[in-house]
Design a binder for this molecule. Structure first.
Ligand code: UT7
Length: 332
């Protein structure tokens, strides 16, 4: 049987135009620009205006990814849409992107691995391409958080962190040494409730009540310190795992693109493993945490800035709700 290898052919990103600064948030809840910057590094984020959803943002990111790849929409043969904020309960949002881009009757997956979703999607695309079953796969991370946040002092610990946006990569067949080298996926549901949105829930009858809403169960909740500790442990581990698999030393890595949950987490990860600051790209300062979209948005920016060039060895690392964590190594 012929097997193939996959590579990233093009990357696109889109964020909504509305900028929400820390100062804007401090007008509607008890918080300060200084607190948010000191704890998370975030200075501003983008939030959608009414009428704009995850599918529309994703379609814009995909259009750019296809342009960058030089591949026509008609040649895409699968779509993988990673999100924790689907546009509607069902169907999955991927089909709306398929419709907007007129991709034809290709298979569309929606996957739910939160901040790790883009890397899980990349691993799926890599596997499908390796078998030869599909040739050009759009892997998307797209999130609308702003419509589901508690914009009051009660929700300030979580609300100040999240932003909206979308990123996409077209993954296709490798033709030379530039390829996805390996992916490493993990999950541990033991502490799933330390970062979750409890309602609405199909296990409840009815799925949501007025009492649930009064108790703010329809908003995301996080035990921040526990999540922080897990993130700074798991991300270095999964980076090391990829280095061992590929026989790479730290010096061999040109750029690390980490999930953008907290600048302090990423700086701590770099310090723990001894990675020079210049070898990690962060842009949480401008966009906040866009969960599944954060890695493709950050990867896109690093490429556009010329910080990543063809042939570079790049590591993507993520940690998030589930709990899930993952890495992907690629020669871009
Ligand atoms: O993408 C998914 C993965 N997510 C993460 O990895 C996030 C991990 N966690 C974190 O990044 C941090 O835990 C946070 C940034 C969320 C919070 O930082 P922290 O240093 O852990 O602060 P804290 O939650 O312990 O809160 C410290 C204080 C509390 O007040 P008291 O109890 O000390 O009086 C909070 O009530 O800060 C207060 N606080 C705020 N103050 C101003 C919480 N949120 C805010 C706020 N503005 N927005």
């Amino acid at each position: 049987m012929t097997t193939y290898r996959s590579r990233i052919l093009g990357v696109g990103a889109y964020v909504p135009p509305r900028v929400v600064t820390n100062h804007d948030l401090s007008k509607v809840m008890e918080t300060t620009h200084e607190w948010i910057v000191e704890r998370s590094g975030i200075e501003e984020r983008r939030w959608v205006d009414p009428g704009e959803g995850g599918a529309e943002m994703a379609a814009k990111a995909c259009t750019e990814a296809l342009e960058k790849a030089g591949v026509a929409a008609k040649d895409v043969d699968m779509l993988i849409y990673a999100t924790l904020s689907p546009d509607v309960t069902f169907p999955g949002t991927g089909v709306f992107v398929q419709r907007l881009l007129k991709l034809g009757e290709i298979p569309c997956y929606d996957i739910r691995q939160q901040c790790t979703g883009f890397i899980y999607g990349l691993a799926m695309a890599d596997a499908f391409i390796r078998t030869g079953q599909y040739k050009n796969i759009l892997v998307i991370g797209s999130e609308v958080h702003s419509t589901g946040l508690d914009v009051s002092t009660r929700g300030r610990d979580v609300t100040v962190l999240f932003g909206d946006g979308a990123g996409a990569a077209l993954v296709g067949r490798a033709t030379d040494e530039n390829m996805i080298l390996s992916t490493h996926l993990h999950a541990d549901g033991t502490e799933a409730e330390i970062l979750w949105t409890e309602s609405p829930a199909s296990r409840n009858h009815p799925r949501i009540t007025a009492e649930d809403m009064e108790a703010a169960k329809h908003y995301p909740h996080m035990v921040g310190k526990k999540v922080f500790k897990q993130a700074v442990t798991r991300m270095p581990m999964v980076l090391m795992e990829g280095m061992v698999t590929n026989g790479l030393k730290l010096d061999d890595i040109d750029m690390v693109i980490p999930h953008q949950a907290n600048l302090r987490i990423n700086q701590m990860v770099a310090k723990l493993i001894g990675l020079p600051e210049a070898k990690m790209h962060n842009n949480i300062q401008k966009y906040g945490n866009t969960t599944a979209a954060s890695i493709p948005i950050c990867l896109h920016e690093a490429i556009e800035l010329g910080k990543i060039e063809r042939g570079d060895t790049v590591a993507l690392i993520a940690f998030g709700a589930g709990l899930t964590w993952a890495s992907a190594f690629l020669r871009y």
